[in-house]
Design a protein around this ligand. Structure first.
Ligand code: ADP
Ligand code: 5GP
Length: 193
């Protein structure tokens, strides 16, 4: 589907290699669109000190996550860096019932799955300016041990390849400029309804 012809399905998906700035950009976008909500995913990865359970993620044990997979509670789920991550159906249902737009922060495969379920979802891929800068941002964030940092970097080539299938790609070099670009893409989508 031509991204320019996408009518507003109320679903905006942002993906990027880990450390590219997707969470930073997603927060800035949410603050500019008060009618938009963040889709709180479930995950089995440990909570970071900056995160709140139920707000940033729903943090679950592996057994509970697997039970919910079996119960059909996910729109999509993936195992990434050895941990489960998944989009809950109830998040999408709740937002749609309340006629609120939903912003997803999911990996590239999850984004393409969401688009298969909801063809009107808008997919935006955030690219780092270079692999060196990506590595530096991840290191500076100080959330990853050397082993998980290595795992995150290993996945980058796959992510960059799948990112080329997205509706839009934005390079996050200067943050304000990237946020502005994403904001314009979202405004165009919203006004196409
Ligand atoms: P992601 O959600 O893609 O893993 P984050 O949003 O956590 O990435 O960003 C990774 C790190 O890079 C954070 O410390 C963030 O403050 C920083 N960052 C994000 N965008 C930029 C930018 N344009 N320039 C410099 N640092 C940035
Ligand atoms: P992090 O551990 O850095 O928060 O996230 C790691 C990766 O998992 C990121 O690419 C993030 O977008 C992705 N992710 C977060 N939630 C989901 C989800 O519900 N589904 C999928 N497929 N990926 C997710």
């Amino acid at each position: 589907m031509d991204p320019g012809s996408k009518v507003d399905g109320g679903l905006i998906v942002v993906s990027a290699p880990s450390g590219s700035g997707k969470t930073t950009i997603a927060r800035a976008i949410l603050s500019r669109f008060p009618e938009m909500e963040f889709s709180v995913s479930a995950t089995t990865r440990p909570k970071r000190s900056s995160e709140t359970d139920g707000k940033d993620y729903l943090f679950l044990g592996r057994e509970e996550f697997e039970r919910r997979i079996g119960a059909g509670e996910f729109v999509e789920w993936e195992e990434i860096y050895g941990e489960y991550y998944g989009t809950l159906k109830r998040e999408v249902d709740r937002a749609r019932a309340a006629r609120r737009r939903l912003l997803f922060d999911v990996d590239v495969k999850g984004a393409l799955s969401i688009q298969r379920c909801y063809p009107q979802a808008l997919l935006i891929f955030i690219r780092p300016p270079s692999l060196e800068i990506l590595m530096q941002r991840l290191r500076d964030r100080k959330t990853e041990a050397p082993e998980t940092l290595r795992r995150r970097m290993e996945r980058v080539p796959l992510e960059l390849e799948l990112g080329s299938q997205f509706d839009h790609q934005v390079v996050n070099d200067v943050l304000d400029r990237a946020v502005q670009e994403v904001e314009e893409i979202v405004r165009t989508y919203i006004h196409q309804s």
